[in-house]
Design a protein. Structure first.
Lengths: 220, 206
């Protein structure tokens, strides 16, 4: 089965201009506040991890037609249904029709400040040395993979160099598939605009991505 | 999963309100959510965690060289010393604009954004036009924000593809000597900390 992310937008043409907005415009409808809160509260139960939620959102078939909070709500429903926490019939009916799954940790109001302050750090202890050093040239994996990944399409097969070594972090490709954290070294890799976009790009335009070691191969 | 139970494309506003209310009711009846926690989550990001936090970080870096150095070396710790930490800001990196380099932050794959210092991402940051174009045509994006930089300025775009969250340290405006740290913070806009804007002119707070 092929995997298709519909969220990998970097470098695509045809979306038009950006529409700036003021700092006070956070929501455009009351339901968007609820979408935010429901997503954060259910995320805090630990029924899935952030990489699984990104996988659920980016594979929504109608992703391009949805607003961002619509994507969040549809992604949340998809995760709830996949895990049998909620039935589609219950969402349609707007009430509980089946027993709840017992033992799901509840985000209580008194825990909110501490949970937000703690976050979910992804840095893990290093068990092997980093394979690449700052300044070293690297090529990004060219092949597509049949699962969630954080390697943007525009960087596939491109050559850049190591700008920073960020430590050992949870590997989202594995984490999104329920294969555990499989932490590995994370690097900031910088590319010239010309490497990514061709000779028309300005000479002083550079782009960096954060890339895990399995995405990288040495350049001889 | 059946499409019948999901909101249709171009769903009306009223329909979406009803749909999300229905989902919330189910989750509440199942005991998966504490309704009071939802209210606190919304209030936190509407009134307490927003770009004024980041503006205080920037103003401190402008007046305190030791803090600026700390911020550029270990942004997570420096920012935490002002009381800002946690969700979607666990691993912070600050990138400094200089005369020769301007930094621009994007997340082409979703909407990664430094919540503890900037709050919730604006709609345009999460939109297809910004995510598609920021990496390829940053000067075009800047023009959409009314910002023009000298042709000689390097533009460095940081695509937030991991859990590292980036904060732009904008350049301190000329003529801002003598302003208090609080007045300086008032010059720092949200967009200047993403890289789609520059700080306000000092005259705006005198």
């Amino acid at each position: 089965m092929t995997y298709q992310s519909r969220a990998d937008l970097g470098g695509q043409e045809g979306f038009g201009r950006v529409t700036p907005e003021g700092e006070d415009e956070l929501f455009h409808a009351a339901w968007e506040r609820q979408a935010l809160a429901l997503t954060l509260a259910m995320g805090a139960t630990g029924a899935w991890n952030i990489d699984m939620s990104r996988r659920a959102r980016e594979t929504l078939p109608d992703y391009p037609a949805l607003t961002y909070y619509e994507i969040w709500i549809k992604g949340l429903q998809s995760l709830l249904i996949e895990r049998g926490l909620v039935g589609p019939d219950e969402i349609a009916a707007g009430r509980m029709l089946h027993p709840a799954r017992p033992g799901l940790p509840l985000l209580r109001v008194t825990d909110v400040p501490a949970v937000l302050a703690r976050g979910s750090p992804t840095l893990r202890p290093a068990t092997v040395p980093a394979r690449f050093a700052v300044g070293e040239p690297v090529r990004l994996r060219a092949a597509a993979v049949a699962h969630h990944t954080r390697l943007p399409g525009y960087a596939r097969g491109k050559t850049g160099h190591i700008d920073q070594v960020r430590g050992v972090h949870v590997f989202p490709d594995a984490h999104a598939q329920g294969l555990g954290e499989q932490p590995c070294w994370l690097y900031t890799v910088v590319f010239t605009g010309r490497e990514l976009w061709g000779s028309g790009a300005a000479a002083n335009h550079t782009v960096s991505i954060d890339a895990w070691e399995p995405y990288l191969e040495p350049v001889s | 999963m059946s499409r019948d139970h999901l909101p249709e494309e171009h769903t009306g506003l009223a329909e979406m309100e009803l749909h999300v209310r229905a989902l919330r009711t189910v989750l509440e009846q199942k005991g998966y959510i504490d309704p009071a926690a939802l209210d606190v989550l919304i209030d936190t990001y509407e009134t307490r965690i927003g770009p004024r936090n980041g503006a205080r970080v920037v103003a401190r870096a402008w007046v305190d060289p030791a803090f600026r150095k700390w911020l550029l070396e270990d942004a997570t710790a420096a920012i935490a010393s002002l009381g800002y930490a946690g969700r979607q800001g666990e691993h912070m990196v600050a990138v400094e604009n200089t005369e020769s380099r301007h930094n621009l932050i994007v997340c082409t794959l979703c909407s990664c954004y430094p919540w503890p210092v900037l709050g919730l991402p604006p709609t345009w940051y999460k939109s297809a036009p910004y995510r598609a174009r920021a990496v390829k045509d940053p000067r075009g994006v800047l023009a959409d924000f009314g910002v023009t930089l000298p042709a000689a300025t390097e533009i460095r775009v940081w695509d937030s593809t991991a859990e590292v969250r980036y904060l732009v340290l904008p350049r301190r405006p000329a003529g801002s000597n003598g302003l208090s740290e609080e007045q300086l913070a008032a010059l720092v806009t949200r967009d200047s900390m993403i890289g789609t804007g520059v700080p306000k002119a000092p005259e705006s707070v005198r």
